[in-house]
Design a binder for this molecule. Sequence first.
Ligand code: HEC
Length: 309
Amino acid sequence: MKGVAPLFIGIFGTFAFSWAGLVAIPNAQIGHLDPQMDEEGNDAYPAPESGMVERGRRIYAANGCVYCHSQQVRPAYAGTDIDRKWGTRRSAPRDYIFERPAMLGRMRMGPDLANVGKRAPVDDENAPPPGSTQPTTAAQPPPAPAGGTTAPGSATAAEQPAPGGSPAAPPVPAAGQASPAPVTTAPTANVAAAPTTTAITGEGGQNEPLQYSAGWHHRHLYNPRSITADSTMPSFRFLYEKRRVTGEPSAEAVKISGPGAPEAGWEIVPTYDAKCLVAYLMSLDQSHDLKEVKSATPPSPPAPGNAVK
Ligand code: HEC
């Protein structure tokens, strides 16, 4: 039994040392960050989020978006995130101070979303871009299955005790999606494009929502393949309601044509949860300068004397 004490002390010391290095010291360094302000006390960043955004974050967690999407931009020396235009600077701890928990993400099956709100078009989302023509969709819309949109009630998603817990099982693509969009017949389809490039019918046209506008997000969530033909993102149709048009068509109806579009006389409208989720996505923006982030560089070209570390 000689040597039990040193063994015990060794094991204890190992744990104590890692706890200090991985928990105690980082917490002392970055555990009490406040929003950054300019000298006059204005321009606070980050700012607390609205209730809708907060609810949207829970829906994001409950639906497992975090398993496929990260929300952290790596510095230029540690990856190509900035080259990919996922951000203009790396993410910093201060970006997350109002997030409990921070949705840093596990893997990148899809693009990083740290700045997806920043990418939203600034102008009126309904204004058709100049010179754009309505893309003709060759694919015939398959008859939408009756009750195809009555998936698990959206309330279940929101009631999940959000953070970190096991997410609602990613929904299986609804029956209407079982036959993948015929990629070859899509007009000007760049079939070789990586799934992360939004290619096919994303923007332009009278009826097409501008990329990253709220309407675009709704359409993408409702049917990702209506935007990226080979998307592997599941569709979140249960966050939408299909209903008969009574009187005027709803202004917030999802603008979708081709496969997955509702028959005449029907429309697809976002539930409150879907609106919160999109409000959350559109709030994601880490483009504000932070004084501790030295590697912030303009995307292109780097100004002379502003060398990239
Ligand atoms: C199985 C993995 C997976 C899950 C789960 C998933 N996504 Fe995606 N997502 C992708 C992939 C792959 C893409 C790229 C193709 C595309 O645009 O559809 C993508 C693209 C996106 C985009 C467009 C990003 C860009 O820069 O163009 C947004 C926004 C998005 N997802 C939001 C969500 C939200 C919100 C959820 C949860 C409700 C979610 N995703 C769940 C895989 C996933």
